[in-house]
Design a protein around this ligand. Structure first.
Ligand SMILES: C[S@@+](CC[C@H](N)C(=O)[O-])C[C@H]1O[C@@H](n2cnc3c(N)ncnc32)[C@H](O)[C@@H]1O
Length: 306
């Protein structure tokens, strides 16, 4: 993290100088606003790794106002400067991350990826297992949000294992947001979030309780939970403390937050954790950003390590 004086934002948010003064200073003012906006984006990026598109600066600034007010501070600039100086409570950075990131996810999102996982990736793995390779399938959900992606993979891998078409499996879910990691670990979902889970899988892999405190909610069964772990991990970090023999990395709907250089570096680092012959799966909006000498595109959003 850079020292506070390098990232201190001055002039953000821009003072509202309306009326004639604004007209007279129009050119200079818009230049100042632009510079302040750039500094704000640099600061957010240096704190979280997230590259805010310029058009989102205003929106994020507004979201942060709640935190500014919570501390009785005069403006976002002071709040961010205090955050960088370590003058705010330790979990405050998590609040900023939660206000900036989008955690949208669902069970069986982009469902064809899970069909591919079983029909192609697991089938290839089982052919290797028959030739003496270890019978353990490892999947990493690298921007796991609240865990729906990881538990969807868990359900289909467990179904395959029960049907004699799979093997033991282990799933790691990681996310920048500690709040999401905690939720994923708890594995408790509102019942309407299960609408995309086939009824038979709902019955087999989710539990309800008579406890009124969890009314309208279901929890993933312990048999799945014990093989799915979640950890905090920032994809912008230079090294990931994760195994290097992973069969599948799911990196869906997160590259959109990073600038081009960061996208390439994240993909490069993740490729280093895949087994040779392993797969990287990205979101539908992201296939164009994956260009890597060790990754061969086999479907629009699926890449195989050669
Ligand atoms: C839109 S959700 C995608 C969830 C899931 N992969 C899916 O496709 O349904 C994006 C997630 O990426 C996480 N994220 C954003 N920046 C990150 C970073 N630098 N490192 C790790 N996770 C990050 C966010 O916290 C959020 O939970």
């Amino acid at each position: 993290m850079p020292p506070p004086d390098r990232v201190r934002v001055q002039g953000w948010p821009p003072r509202d100088r309306g009326g004639r003064e604004a007209e007279e200073n129009g050119a200079m003012l818009s230049e100042n606003v632009q510079q302040a906006s750039d500094r704000f984006r640099d600061l957010i990026r240096s704190i979280t790794g997230i590259s805010l598109p310029p058009h989102k600066v205003q929106m994020i600034d507004q979201r942060l106002r709640r935190r500014v007010m919570a501390f009785g501070l005069p403006d976002t600039e002071t709040y961010l400067a205090q955050l960088m100086a370590g003058a705010l409570p330790k979990d405050e950075l998590g609040q900023v991350i939660d206000l900036i990131t989008t955690n949208t996810t669902s069970f069986f999102r982009e469902a064809e990826h899970f069909t591919f996982l079983i029909d192609v990736v697991l089938a290839e793995k089982m052919a290797q297992v028959r030739h003496g390779m270890p019978a353990r399938f490892k999947l990493w959900s690298a921007a796991a949000s609240e865990g729906a992606e990881a538990y969807t993979a868990a359900m289909v891998l467990e179904e395959a294992r029960r049907a004699g078409k799979g093997c033991d499996w282990a799933i790691l879910g990681t996310d920048l947001s500690q709040r999401m990691v905690d939720r994923a670990q708890a594995a408790i979902y509102a019942n309407d979030q299960l609408s995309t889970v086939p009824a038979a899988l709902q019955r087999r892999y989710f539990l309800t309780s008579d406890d009124p405190s969890v009314a309208g909610k279901s929890r993933v069964v312990p048999e799945l939970r014990r093989n799915v772990r979640f950890r905090h991990l920032n994809l912008m970090d230079h090294r990931y403390p994760v195994d290097r023999d992973v069969d599948v990395v799911m990196l869906r709907n997160v590259l959109i937050y990073f600038d081009q250089t960061d996208k390439e570096q994240v993909v490069d680092r993740l490729a280093g954790h895949l087994l040779s012959g392993g797969y990287l799966i990205v979101g539908h909006a992201e296939s164009m950003v994956v260009r890597h000498p060790a990754l061969r595109q086999v479907r629009p959003t699926i890449f195989r390590k050669v």
